[in-house]
Design a protein around this ligand. Structure first.
Ligand SMILES: O=C(O)CCC(=O)C(=O)O
Length: 264
């Protein structure tokens, strides 16, 4: 679902100011690192970022936004009163070619005991058709959980055979002015095309879990706010969904772009 213009200009200005500072910092980089994922053609004169990883770990403004803005009220309405923050990321989708994100579901990247996690995307700038807007397959969270391996290789995306049954041709691709939010469940099939416009499409994403969903991997264990309770009470009992969950490969996490593009 999408709600147009939910985030006010005050928040947007704060988020853009801090984002501009990180883009400035990226000018000196020639290769990606754990914080900055660089897009093809990145240079000091024309910074091109795919992703700023875990922005909530990097600046208080991102954390205040994720943990104490109207966003959290939306999440509580959907998940109930007891909510944990899980992680955040800022996908830039640079102008003129910012990379596609292939069709995938999220939960296979960070499996949990149940499937009630959701991600809220926030448009930091206006998004028009052709800017690599994210497409979501409505109802797909109730469908199958797909294999994101190709044989033994983790590709973080649906294979061709599954793509033909996943309903991607009927995906809806919300657009809207800056401050618009999208919300999708962790099983929802989604993806986005390259950005063919002359403007970047910064999308700030934050993922939340109900307090009774427990992670199977230690992906966010080292993150200062990973799995932090932001509303309500901690859960004494873990709630288990009986449906099985695919596990990602063990070892160091690789960002979605690197996995999907099979970068070494
Ligand atoms: O930024 C995008 O276009 C999609 C991001 C996404 O689906 C993800 O990071 O899981």
């Amino acid at each position: 679902m999408a709600v147009e213009g939910l985030i006010d200009v005050g928040w947007l200005e704060r988020l853009r100011a801090v984002t501009d500072d990180f883009v400035e910092q990226s000018r000196s980089l020639t290769e990606s690192n754990v914080i900055f994922d660089l897009d093809v053609g990145h240079s000091a004169s024309e910074p091109r970022l795919r992703r700023l990883s875990s922005p909530t770990d990097l600046h208080e403004t991102y954390w205040s936004f994720a943990s104490a803005s109207p966003l959290v009220d939306v999440v509580v309405d959907l998940l109930g009163p007891n909510v944990k923050f899980h992680h955040s990321k800022l996908n830039f989708k640079a102008a003129r070619g910012g990379e596609e994100v292939k069709w995938h579901q999220d939960i296979q990247f960070w499996p949990h005991t149940n499937y009630d996690l959701l991600t809220v995307g926030v448009f930091l700038e206006d998004v028009e058709p052709g800017m690599g807007e994210v497409g979501f397959v409505s109802g797909s969270h109730n469908g199958p959980l797909f294999d994101l391996y190709d044989g033994n290789a983790w590709i973080g995306a649906l294979g061709d055979a599954d793509l033909s049954t996943a309903g991607v041709e009927r995906a809806s691709c919300p657009i809207g002015r800056a401050g618009t939010i999208t919300v999708h469940n962790c099983r929802t099939v989604h993806g986005s095309a390259p950005n063919r416009s002359n403007r970047a499409r910064p999308l700030l994403l934050q993922t939340y879990a109900p307090a009774d969903a427990y992670a199977y991997t230690d992906l966010v264990k080292r993150s200062p706010h990973g799995e932090e309770l932001i509303r309500g009470e901690p859960a004494r009992w873990a709630r288990h969904d009986p449906r099985p969950c695919l596990m990602p490969p063990s070892g160091a996490y690789r960002p979605i772009f690197a996995s999907q593009q099979r970068e070494d």
